[in-house]
Design a binder for this molecule. Structure first.
Ligand code: UDP
Length: 513
């Protein structure tokens, strides 16, 4: 029922500090940690979630656990593994409700199931805990377990909720009514964005945004050689000789037959030479794939309908690249849309993902053949996390514009990742994206992600605005450095934990001995 997970071989703070650019953040974190860990001395922090791999929480956990340990807070990572599939169906239902989707009915049977699995999980974790420990549980799955352990042991508790919506609906109210009796037991709760905090938790909530690791395979700097090598190894470009061996398996591309085939068939993608608008996400309708595809197609069709450039426009769009209309014309000839996500085979247990992928393929098949040729739908294998991360990294670095056209977005790490790489980003007004991207400062935001005309106009404007793109890209990197790197995240965790620890009257082992 409980697995204690070893957070693998971590990158140490000294590794980060080797980079002069990162050193001030590392130093600040070390200084703050000395102060903040004092009230936590002698305590063990237990981080508990419901999966050791897959999903954003599992991705973030090893780094955070390793960092907190290195900073002097003894931290353990435990995963609850209830056997009842019905429990996960229920928590998925709650997850959907919090995002305002799915059926809204929750029954008395659901509560009984949730309580009984939570009791069993509490029984399994309790022998590991002492009253002076800190318990931090993530998301709705172990929430009930933590509330029970709070009652039994009185230890300081924190609930980290990684999901939310910026408005209330019947669905969200149904979920929060269900979770409220458990959530209210906690000393503190933590959300990614302040808009997500339900009213009843206003007084006891902190905000800690998600963060990225600048030295991970997904975000580390890649030289031109390395980018080319990854493209070649992943089958995303044709090269004759590169240093490293091919990835196994390689990326694939949707073919007109409807099957997946080599990414360089029917022709090379043109990376990194051709301009590219690139979106990389899960195959989820809410990621706005279809309107992005339609917006891109509209931009191309209008471009084809235009006369050859003569220094002006036919009125369909007024190019911002007025000084170089021929250059922009050529750019619109060449630009490609790259839509990439996990190999749908690897998400076979996610029927919603399969359906979304099929929907995108259907829309692609309907495109004018001239436009269709310039839209590549890529399936990135998930067999190796490292190879998948390097593919995402290289594709983002080859983009002229990274798009994240989400209709809804919890946070949108794909935007953070692109911003860190100084890629100009086109986001939307979805709350996670508008929190990160300041329109006209760190990138551009479309008002209505479902409006293909607006998407077309924004993309056209971004592609033509060479100077602004550079400014947005630099500002975006700075914004991530200031707000969304693991160092700031670890510091905010320590601040919150210190607050919870100070408020708790529980005896501390070190003080007692
Ligand atoms: N991602 C990936 N491979 C893919 C597609 C997506 O590694 O083929 C990653 C992406 O880089 C990001 C994460 O999945 O780190 C998605 O997180 P985000 O916050 O953008 O959206 P979510 O999937 O949590 O809704």
């Amino acid at each position: 029922m409980i697995e204690i997970v070893d957070p693998h071989k971590p990158t140490t703070l000294d590794d980060y500090a080797e980079y002069i650019q990162l050193r001030p953040s590392v130093e600040e974190l070390r200084e703050e940690a000395e102060r903040l860990t004092t009230p936590l001395e002698g305590r063990t922090l237990w981080m508990v979630n419901s999966t050791a791999s897959g999903g954003g929480v599992a991705e973030m956990m090893p780094k955070l656990v390793a960092l907190l340990n290195e900073l002097g807070l003894d931290t353990e990572w435990a995963v609850i593994q209830p056997q009842a599939q019905r429990f996960f169906d229920l928590t998925k239902h709650l997850h959907n409700l919090i995002h305002d989707s799915g059926p809204s009915r929750l029954s008395g049977g659901d509560r009984a199931l949730y309580e009984s699995v939570s009791e069993d999980a509490a029984d399994a974790l309790e022998p590991y805990l002492s009253e002076s420990d800190l318990l931090a549980v993530h998301d709705p799955q172990p929430l009930g377990m933590g509330a029970i352990l709070k009652d039994r042991l009185g230890l300081p508790t924190l609930w980290r909720c990684h999901i939310g919506l910026d408005r209330q609906t019947d669905h969200t109210r149904a979920a929060w009514d269900f979770l409220r009796p458990f959530a209210e037991k906690y000393d503190r709760t933590v959300f990614s964005i302040s808009d997500y905090v339900p009213e009843f938790l206003d007084e006891q909530a902190s905000v800690i945004p998600p963060a990225i690791d600048p030295l991970s395979h997904k975000n580390r700097d890649l030289s031109v050689h390395k980018v080319s090598g990854v493209l070649a190894n992943a089958g995303l470009a044709r090269y004759s000789e590169v240093l490293t061996p091919d990835f196994e398996p390689q990326a694939e591309r949707l073919q007109t037959s409807g099957d997946l085939g080599p990414a360089t068939s029917p022709g090379d993608l043109g990376l990194p030479f051709r301009p590219a608008v690139t979106q990389i996400s899960r195959w989820d309708r809410l990621k706005g794939w279809v309107p992005l595809l339609q917006g891109f197609a509209r931009m191309k069709e209008r471009h084809y309908a235009k006369d050859a450039p003569s220094g002006g426009s036919n009125g369909a769009f007024v190019s911002a690249d007025e000084e170089h209309p021929e250059r922009h014309h050529r750019r619109l000839d060449l630009v490609r849309l790259i839509l990439a996500g996990p190999d749908p085979e690897s998400v076979a247990d996610d029927p919603e993902g399969q359906a979304a992928f099929e929907q995108i393929c259907l829309q692609w098949k309907k495109l004018d053949p001239r436009v269709q040729r310039d839209v590549a739908i890529l399936a990135l294998p998930m067999d190796s996390r490292k190879e998948n991360a390097l593919m995402v990294n290289a594709l983002q670095r080859c983009a002229t514009v990274v798009a994240q056209n989400s209709l809804q977005e919890g946070f949108g790490l794909t935007a953070t990742e692109a911003m860190w790489k100084s890629c100009p980003v086109m986001g939307t007004r979805a709350v996670g994206l508008r929190t990160q991207i300041r329109d006209g400062v760190d990138g551009r935001l479309v008002e209505n992600a479902e409006d293909a005309d607006e998407v077309a106009e924004t993309l056209d404007a971004m592609l033509s605005a060479g100077r602004e793109r550079q400014a947005w890209a630099r500002n975006a990197r700075r914004r991530v450095a200031d707000e969304y790197l693991v160092f700031g995240q670890a510091e905010r965790w320590l601040e919150t934990l210190a607050r919870v620890g100070e408020a708790s009257a529980a005896p501390v082992r070190a003080a007692a001995s």
